[in-house]
Design a protein around this ligand. Sequence first.
Ligand code: GAL
Length: 676
Amino acid sequence: MNSRLLFALGLSLAALLPSPTSAETVWLDQLDVRAAIQGWGTPQKNKTVDGNPLTLDGKVFKRGFGTHAESVLNIKLDGAAKSFSASVGVDDEVKKNPASSVEFFVIGDGKPLWKSGVKRAGEAASVCEVDLTGVKALVLKVGDGDDSIDYDHADWADAKFETASTKTFVTSGEPLLPPVAPYILTPAAPATPRINGASVFGVRPGSPFLFTIPATGNRPMTFAVQKLPRGLKLDAQTGQITGALEKSGEFTVTLVAKNKLGTAKKKFRIVCGDTIALTPPMGWNSWNCFAGEVTAERVKQAANALVKSGLINHGWTYINVDDFWQNHRDSKDATLQGPTRLPTGEIQPNSRFPDMKGLADYVHGLGLKIGLYSSPGPWTCGGCAGSWQYERQDAQTYAKWGFDYLKYDWCSYGEIASGGDPSAKNIPLWGKTATNQAGAIYPYAVMGKFLREQNRDIVYSLCQYGMADVWKWGDSVAGNCWRTTGDITDTWRSMSTIGFRQDQAAPFAKPGNWNDPDMLIVGEVGWGRTHPTRLSVDEQYTHISLWCLLASPLLIGCDMEKFDDFTLNLLSNDEVLAVDQDALGKQAVCVLKQGDVWVYVKELADGSRAVGFFNRSVKPVEISFKDFAPLGLSGKQTVRDLWRQKEVAKIKVATAALPLTIPAHGVVLYQFTKVK
Ligand code: GAL
């Protein structure tokens, strides 16, 4: 059995615990607490999630389980435990952050046995004492206290069972859904040429132009472009269009791809003007797999993998380096670590990134683009040097190196905004709340202005978790996309809470401006220690379908050297990706809720509509769907299954009853096109 299936069964982390030290007491840390599923970080024995001593309101505990909301640990007791006790709370390591709030639950055989109420950082521990007589299956759960999971570092301190006899207890992650083996819906691309990807591309006058024609089909393949405007040239072998356009204007060209078996053509609009990112950026980012372990070598390998896997032929373009590439400012003295001490310096990469320009050249050479990451504060979230007070210089440096994308992450800026002293050593990184809107906008406006001054198109991605309704003003600071939420993780709870809560920002999505519900969590993910995503197969179909309907930036978060067939097919369905890349640039909203089935509709440029029927329950549903009015459909429609890439019905909306079978946590993604 492969590891993915094991995960699906919820057994992969199941383990037998070592024999308890006595017949009476079994400490929780003697069980395999690594089996817990949690919202961030890795489960820790006798330490906090950050690896510090367990500390609640100044009191240090030697033993216990350090975790992070949302956290679930199942323990098979089979009636052998008499009681459970623990001191629980939010660890002092996040004391400075008002966002940290959690709630602890003890559940026995499906029944609530104890709950802590909402606990916040700095509060004394709550003592939990629970009678477990007769309980077979125990769940220790930590909820997010009904806000986000940000900074929710939760401790089950001094946690132990009193047992009737020496016993071994088995722990496991939560087997929520019946196991489903991976199944591939995307049909193989034909051997004949097919040109995929967006039908429109934005560039600014004078900026270096780079666009690689994404085409599937057998190689060798040659390319041509009819009516290519002056200033641009095509490499007929690679399909890379380069050069620069001097003046604003709109050019409709025909892209041509040819191999032994045939020729494909596609109309394509090049819009030279103010606006870039006319469709949501598609690519990869290092964070969800490598986090602090990112290196230039790994970035190159990711770029190679994007090409080798064929994803480049489906429009995937950006290779983005996230946090942990930077070191400090110019200095002869390597012991100087702070930007504020080095007033004239250019940002320096760390030793794992010996040549930033060389790296950018390498990625461009493959026909791809490259991005990087900074913070408006003095430090990034990972504690590397940020751009504070060096914004202009950094924008110039990024352009000089040849970068095409900047993710700009709030991080330590909160300290500046609230009058903290940025020159102080070890500035705390708790900047994730902004109280005044102007304070939240200002740092983004500064960098936006400097990026725009560069003779290079740099996609500007704001990362501040949605503060001050960023979707309302992101455009005004030259933003192209902006995160609308905190960080995603590879659980249903995280993905679905984020994905199904995007409607309020929808009216602000348009070509050049995209709401960003965070990066993709399919494939091998794991923030430095990768594992197969914990999303079920159908949850992954939901994830990709929903993100495409939401016209979200699509940034693959996994280790692309470890692609399996399922993941690759999930990411290379051109009809599904076309929903995301549609030139009209509308974001789907939920138009109908029928019990657990939520229906999302996205208007497309050709007048058709993409519709996602999502089943949010843990059981498959079968329905006969009749309620077409809220979907904005009328007359006769053809119904196309986008994952299977085939027409499934022709309906008369007034009388139709469309049979739908939607897997647990799964989706049916259809396109409805009016029959003329
Ligand atoms: C977070 C951000 C993540 C990642 C990380 C790097 O604030 O949301 O996506 O960039 O910082 O430290």
